[in-house]
Design a protein around this ligand. Structure first.
Ligand code: AKB
Length: 316
């Protein structure tokens, strides 16, 4: 992989991925794109940046032909809570955006990475060690778009030979972008509020388990998967990734090792609680380990240390 075009590059994953790829591949070999420009953002100012609406197939193709990437990383999508508030918009953006990206990849002969999510599973799977290959009956619209996306990527691989690759991300934890739009967002917001107010009102119940992962491990996973030997990949839809599982009280306990008086309160949001209740507690990610050597470095306590340190600097 020599040249990459990234959509949604100002989001949680995009902003960190573009920074990493610019280091690995050089400034001119990473084409960062997003719907709009954020003046002053290093993603916009420090390398190649273009505005791109992924719903505009013609503009997408024109840009890809101009830059000739060998890999498209398609990250422009709505998250679970936002999609549940506006299901038709979520379906439209997530599906039309993905099929446009797939068509562009097919047309210019590039590979395509687009993330799936733990949300692709529904309540009828085993919630412990959820297998790589099992029922996919999600009950949220976001989950529906993720399963449909996985199938679509598989279809473009088998029908047209597009080199599609994907992972099912758990709840990601990061500090550079503000949380918003996801069901797992409390796992970042709790750290913001712990520093700003010393307390947090959590919208999910104690005991709501889901897998989590630090952003650097997520970025490593994308880079390793897009560079993996194609012949070794048996799965073309999406690999389960699940470094560790956690619930709100566990995050609070980890935060109290640094902020002993931190208080965790609850005010349940029924929409996000229902989404979280339909997700597995812990996925089995052995296929990712076996087929392309996935391995995460950060534990919950490691992440707590980094997030509290970096957010303290950010808030100064
Ligand atoms: C969300 O909560 O919507 C995302 C996800 C797990 O896909 N972070």
């Amino acid at each position: 992989m020599k040249k990459v075009l990234v959509t949604g590059s100002l989001g949680q994953i995009g902003s960190e991925l573009v920074t990493r790829l610019r280091k690995d591949l050089g400034l001119n070999n990473v084409i960062a794109t997003d719907l709009r420009k954020i003046e002053g953002s290093p993603i916009v100012e420090e390398g190649v940046f273009e505005t791109l609406d992924v719903m505009d197939q013609e503009a997408f193709l024109k840009m890809a032909k101009k830059h000739k990437p060998d890999m498209i990383v398609h990250l422009a999508a709505l998250l679970s809570a936002t999609t549940e508030k506006n299901p038709k918009l979520g379906w439209k953006l997530n599906m039309d955006g993905l099929i446009n990206a797939l068509d562009v990849a097919k047309e210019i002969g590039a590979g395509l990475f687009a993330p799936s999510s733990v949300a692709a599973f529904g309540p009828d799977v085993d919630f412990q060690n959820t297998p790589q290959d099992t029922f996919m009956h999600p009950t949220s619209m976001y989950g529906v778009t993720k399963v449909a996306g996985e199938l679509l990527m598989n279809y473009y691989y088998t029908k047209y030979g597009v080199d599609t690759r994907s992972v099912r991300f758990p709840g990601l934890m990061s500090y550079k972008t503000e949380p918003g739009g996801g069901t797992s967002d409390y796992n970042v917001d709790m750290y913001y509020q712990a520093l700003l107010k010393g307390e947090y009102e959590c919208y999910l119940k104690a005991g709501t388990y889901m897998d989590m992962m630090y952003i650097d491990d997520a970025i490593d996973a994308i880079v390793n998967l897009i560079n993996a030997d194609s012949k070794k990949l048996k799965h073309r839809n999406a690999f389960n990734l699940a470094p560790f599982t956690a619930e709100p009280e566990m995050l609070a306990t980890s935060i109290r090792k640094h902020i002993p008086n931190f208080k965790l309160n609850y005010k349940i949001d029924p929409v996000r609680q229902a989404i979280a209740d339909s997700w597995p507690d812990h996925m089995d990610d052995s296929a990712a380990r076996e087929e392309w050597g996935f391995k995460a470095k950060y534990s919950l306590d490691d992440i707590t240390e980094v997030l509290l340190r970096e957010l303290t600097i950010k808030f100064k």
